[in-house]
Design a protein around this ligand. Structure first.
Ligand code: AKB
Length: 315
């Protein structure tokens, strides 16, 4: 029997592509997309869609009961850059949606929950290179604090109540189908649009700021793979490190330059530089490799080719 899946934040950067792939796998009617706002017609017309404010427990419960939902992907969150501007709003959104979903799982209304964490759980005192799964975590951003706290609660709900919650610490995610919103790693997406439109990009991070990144196809594969993994194999109930590729704005610009020789870049760091400086530059994901055989596919060149081709195809 095919189970029913609910995606919260389905119109966002990850949600859009996750909904598309899960609908291909499970059939359109078995994947209920939801968001606080209307998304693209492609997404809302292809299968069931609900306007849903997941900070509202009753509204979330109604949708879950109405569609007899088995598993939930909770992809709604306020990202690092925006969260620094609206700290309380970010805390409220990021935590209340998680608690609502965890409590519904605890009460047996859903069987499985995916919740995204981030490399933002790490902070300035964390080892920067090849950051291990278990290490010092003293995040200095509002977003990072909310994600670290969320991880603790996920593990607690699993240990105390047996909730089947699974999570990944996403690196910066790079995609062209839906614009990201308010992240520090967003430069690595903007740069492609500006390179194609005007051969020029002004980076808000310095040329040598290395950050862990991943092409969206890999991130979606990882997410679905983790959710399909046998319960007994999942050793980590806080959140799994996921590595991907690591590069600086200068290295990315050079890779774009090879394909668009006229492309030029300048650097004018803003408040997001401090956020990036507090994060790791590369991640050790051996625990995910061991527990659920994770392996990424896209390297820097493959990602750059896919982005340029993808953006051009939407013009
Ligand atoms: C952000 O930059 O805030 C996100 C993230 C790394 O979680 N992309």
């Amino acid at each position: 029997m095919v189970t029913k899946t609910l995606i919260i934040g389905a119109c966002g950067q990850i949600g859009t592509e996750l909904t598309e792939i899960l609908r291909e796998e499970k059939g359109n009617d078995n994947v209920i997309a939801s968001d606080i706002r209307e998304g693209s017609k492609d997404l809302t017309n292809a299968g069931p869609f609900e306007i849903l404010d997941a900070t509202n427990y009753d509204a979330l419960e109604d949708v879950i009961v109405h569609y007899n939902i088995d598993e939930v992907y909770l992809m709604a969150a306020m990202l690092s850059g925006t969260a620094e501007k609206f700290p309380m709003k970010a805390w409220d959104l990021n935590m209340s949606t998680l608690f609502n979903a965890l409590n519904l799982a605890k009460d047996g209304k859903i069987n499985k929950l995916f919740w995204p964490s981030s490399i933002a759980v790490f902070g300035p005192t964390t080892p920067k290179e090849n950051t291990p799964q278990q290490t010092i975590m003293e995040p200095s951003t509002v977003y990072g604090i909310s994600k670290q706290t969320g991880e603790r609660w996920c593990e607690y709900y699993h240990k105390r109540y047996g909730v089947d919650v699974r999570s990944i610490r996403y690196p910066g995610l790079i995609s062209y189908k839906t614009a990201p919103g308010g992240g520090t790693t967003d430069y690595a997406i903007e740069i492609f649009h500006d390179a194609i439109e005007g051969n020029y990009y002004k980076s808000f991070l310095t040329e040598d700021t290395a950050l862990p990144m991943m092409y969206m196809d890999d991130a979606i594969q990882a997410t679905i793979q983790l959710m399909k993994t046998d319960h007994a194999k999942i050793q980590i109930r806080s959140s799994y490190n996921l590595g991907g590729i690591s590069f600086t704005p200068k290295e990315l610009a050079k890779a774009i330059n090879k394909r668009i020789p006229q492309f030029e870049i300048d650097y004018e760091p803003d408040f997001r530089q401090a956020i990036a400086d507090s994060w790791p530059s590369s991640i050790d994901d051996s625990q995910a490799q061991n527990d659920w055989q994770w392996k990424h596919t896209y390297d820097l060149d493959a990602m750059v080719d896919a982005m340029l081709k993808g953006i051009k195809s939407t013009k």
